[in-house]
Design a protein around this ligand. Structure first.
Ligand SMILES: *Cc1c(COP(=O)(O)O)cnc(C)c1O
Length: 363
């Protein structure tokens, strides 16, 4: 057997050009949110194809900002896909509204199962997450469902920057879409986020809420009550440098995905990926009968695999909602079977082969 390798779950893809971009902000002596932030925001909304956008300090606050701008609060119920990162559900909790979790389509397709949504008197919105670098398999149907019933659609596209179909970029079907630039996302600012919308008045509310209830810094007259969800120009400079490498990032991630497929085809199942959308694997996700013991054996070989998201309805922090397990067979199976393989840029052919072999041996 080959020598033991240590392979972490993720490493950020940052290099000298990112470093130089941050250094230029230092040279200007203006490190808070300023003109670089404006350029970063405009670059992003132009690329995504949205009419408006605001930066946020991270993806969690981007979701919260979107919900607050929509006026969501106590007494409201928001439908949330059961398989997602905790921030999607927590953003709802933070407004005082109640998340109502709904199962996913199948263990290989973590999109919300439309047929299981029950719209009640207090239901105001549906929140979906485009996970693992592909688009929700049914986003068009979800958008139509929301339109027909007068519900808002909020898309958590934290993992879907660069993921687009012929018509639209993820995050632009709904009333509002959010992105994250955390260290392991497709492009990163360390921590950072973005909200996009085509609704002018929603945009205006977000502008006030994110910056102390005023349109721009420099005034001490505050027409509204607001927060500080700004992003520094140090981070925006990093974001612009990262954005300029989006093609390189996409190609490198696709190559890693293809290598894993070559090694693992027929041995494991892969996540369903929409063929009509660009695919930028956030992680390469594979499914086995029982992930836990397989991951333990991989860890013993120096690899850091990760599970897929723990279902929201089972989260200890949401224990008071007491959901019936029978409502969530697919989210439960997704968690039981799913393994996220290391997918960071810089992983070489030998390391990918090592991870693949360790996975096959573990099976
Ligand atoms: C990363 C992520 C978030 C939260 O973003 P942060 O920038 O870490 O706050 C929300 N939802 C999903 C699906 C994510 O992957």
């Amino acid at each position: 057997m080959a020598e033991k390798m240590n392979i972490p779950q993720f490493r950020s893809f940052v290099d000298r050009s990112d470093h130089a971009a941050i250094a230029r902000v230092f040279d200007d002596k203006y490190i808070a949110e300023g003109k670089v932030g404006v350029e970063f925001r405009d670059t992003l909304i132009d690329y995504i194809g949205a009419s408006h956008g605001v930066l946020a300090s991270n993806g969690t606050l981007a979701l919260y900002l979107a919900l607050r701008a929509l006026g969501i609060g106590p007494g409201d119920e928001i439908i949330v896909q059961d398989t997602t990162f905790i921030a999607t559900a927590n953003a709802v909790e933070m407004t005082g509204a109640k998340p109502r979790f709904v199962d996913i389509v199948s263990y290989k397709d973590p999109s919300i199962d439309l047929s299981r949504i029950e719209v009640g008197e207090n239901t105001k919105a549906v929140m979906v997450a485009h996970l693992y670098g592909t688009a929700c398999s049914n986003i068009e149907a979800v958008a139509a469902f929301c339109r027909d019933r007068g519900l808002w659609l909020i898309e958590d596209a934290a993992q879907a920057f660069g993921v687009r179909g012929a018509e639209r970029h993820c995050g632009t079907w709904g009333d509002v879409g959010t992105f994250s630039f955390f260290a392991d996302k497709t492009i990163t600012t360390g921590e950072g986020g973005l909200v996009v919308t085509n609704d002018e008045s929603l945009h205006e509310r977000m502008v006030y809420l994110r910056n102390q209830g005023r349109v721009a810094s420099g005034s001490f007259v505050h027409p509204e009550i607001g927060f500080n969800f700004r992003l520094t120009d140090m981070q925006s400079a990093l974001g612009l440098a990262q954005f300029s490498k989006l093609d390189v990032i996409t190609a490198a991630k696709s190559e890693i995905y293809s290598s894993y497929r070559r090694h693992l085809e027929g041995q494991v199942e892969f996540l369903d990926v929409r063929p009509d959308f660009s695919f930028i694997p956030f992680r390469v996700v594979v499914f086995v009968d029982d992930a836990e013991p397989v991951m333990e054996r991989m860890k013993a070989r120096g690899i850091e695999p990760r599970s897929v998201f723990y279902p929201m309805h089972r989260q200890p922090c949401f224990g008071r909602y007491s959901y019936a397990e029978s409502e969530f067979p697919n989210a439960n199976a997704c968690f039981r079977r799913g393994i996220c393989l290391p997918t960071w840029i810089g992983l070489d052919a030998e390391q990918i082969e090592y991870v693949s072999r360790a996975l096959i041996d573990a099976l």
